[in-house]
Design a protein around this ligand. Structure first.
Ligand SMILES: [Zn+2]
Length: 489
């Protein structure tokens, strides 16, 4: 038995001012055959690492293709996408004959000329391997679950958790289903229900938690192989942006249709009740200061690098300084030039620094302040579950009563090391402001006295009616009051 695996992945915010080129993939994951590390699942490459572990045990040969992944930002340029894609396609051809293909994709990648990158990849792989080879795909729930992908692959499995703590477990599910299909133990059929809605669905909140627990418990019983909840990725102006439910069932299409409809209908009734309350900036600060105990964690999702934002918006920081808040720490702000200036000034230096507020209109204006350099560290990393995320060189500067972590490699707040690397102990601060939508919760939730969410003027507004969509298929909630959810596959 022969399986091939590869990755091409990023999450594209089509409104982001940051273009994505091959360079961004080189800074992320850029691994050719023979270059894959022993046992580390980096961004979207879990199928490769899971299959490598299982190959000897399950008696198959794994052909490891290239893995390319970049941090979320704007559109990938056309030539670079086609170069990476064609490299993988040439590897698929060279690997024939194959029994199965495992693709570790993200699901919300957009390149110039390609609204549906993953659909394009799957279509071209299918054309090479033919109709009988089993194609299995792992996607992030913040994906555009297009009809093309579902029609041209055999099994698609999405992560269930947000924060995405189950990337490896879902790759294991996918591999198990692909192997059983190749061995003719099962015959997967997929049905998909389109909920016609845009929303945010952290699984750390009770309603989504119980929904995911209940739908997951259906798997492995009565022929149900897999249930995936497609959240959608709201910051992309592509036609098939929408929340969709995908179920995989053994053999019985009518059963798959019924189940997708049942789960999808329930998901529609949850509209507007799955996201946390968002406070405006001043309310969030006032509320946080009024809470007994510490630290209070305030998340700023509107400037989340994980959604393609530059992460250099200064609005929350400015209000903390203007209100003379003491004992606060904020991170990250992406500003490699400011980091360089801090290294040049040296630890302990007090000097006038301009930082943040640079990349786009939604970054706000830069901070100009007399800062004290209180921490400097080279080549930093932070943990996110089993993965290590690069922060690059980092500096901590103190402005009034606020310590600010400046980073060189754009990413969101994920691990406590973001602060600890530069000498800030997060458990000892009154208030922590983190730029992240919900992934921060895995590390910061357990140390937080309370978690608050703010809706700042960063480029990823929580109010979707403020996003200037022009190509998204309508009607869709909450842009339109009347929608027509239903089965689409
Ligand atoms: Zn995601």
């Amino acid at each position: 038995m022969r399986l091939f695996t590869a990755t091409i992945a990023t999450e594209t915010n089509t409104f982001s001012p940051l273009p994505t080129s091959m360079e961004a993939y080189r800074e992320g994951v850029f691994l050719r055959p023979g270059e894959h590390p022993d046992d580390t699942a980096l961004m979207c490459t879990a199928p490769l690492f899971v299959a490598r572990r299982r190959a000897a045990l399950d008696g198959f040969t794994l052909i490891e293709g290239s893995c390319f992944a970049a941090s979320p930002a704007g559109l990938t340029n056309r030539a670079d996408y086609e170069t990476m894609r064609d490299e993988i396609l040439a590897q698929v051809k060279a690997a024939l004959p194959l029994d199965g293909v495992l693709l570790g994709l993200h699901g919300a990648m957009v390149a110039h000329g390609y609204d549906d990158v993953e659909g394009d990849v799957i279509e071209r792989v299918r054309a090479i391997v033919g109709p009988d080879v089993v194609i299995g795909v792992e996607l992030d729930p913040h994906c555009h679950l297009t009809l093309k992908r579902v029609r041209l692959s055999d099994i698609i499995v999405l992560y269930k958790e947000f924060p995405h703590t189950d990337v490896v477990e879902r790759a294991e599910d996918l591999l198990r289903l692909v192997l059983r299909t190749i061995r003719k133990e099962i015959r997967p059929v997929m049905s998909m229900y389109d909920c016609r809605q845009i929303g945010s669905y952290p699984t750390t909140l009770p309603l989504m938690r119980s929904f995911v627990d209940r739908t997951s418990a259906m798997e492995g019983r009565g022929g149900v192989l897999s249930v995936s909840i497609g959240h959608c990725f709201p910051y992309a102006d592509v036609p098939e942006l929408t929340g969709r439910i995908l179920v995989v069932v053994d053999g019985d299409k009518a059963q798959a249709d019924r189940l997708a409809t049942e789960i999808g209908t329930e998901f529609v009734t949850m509209r507007g009740r799955t996201a946390p309350d968002y406070l405006d900036v001043d309310d969030a600060i006032t509320t946080a200061l009024g809470i007994n105990g510490s630290p209070v964690v305030v998340a700023d999702p509107a400037d989340n690098a994980g959604g393609g934002a530059p992460t250099d918006n200064t609005t929350v920081l400015r209000r903390l300084v203007e209100r003379d808040v003491q004992g606060a720490a904020l991170g990250p702000i992406w500003d490699p030039i400011a980091v360089r200036l801090c290294f040049d000034a040296g630890l302990g230096a007090v000097f006038p620094l301009r930082f943040g507020g640079k990349t786009g209109l939604a970054s706000g204006t830069p901070m100009d302040a007399e800062v004290a350099v209180t921490g400097l560290a080279r080549d930093c990393k932070q943990s996110f579950g089993p993965t290590q995320v690069k922060l690059g060189d980092c500096a901590c500067v103190k402005v009034g009563g606020v310590e600010v972590v400046l980073i060189s490699n754009r990413t969101q707040a994920l691990g406590l090391e973001l602060f600890r690397n530069v000498g800030v102990e997060p458990t000892e601060r009154k208030l922590l402001v983190v730029k992240s939508t919900n992934h921060f919760h895995a590390a910061f939730g357990p140390i937080a006295k309370k978690v608050l969410y703010v809706d700042s003027d960063g480029p990823l507004p929580r109010d979707y009616t403020r996003i200037p969509y022009s190509r998204v298929q309508r009607p869709i909630w909450p842009l339109d009051a009347e929608t027509s959810p239903g089965l689409v596959v």
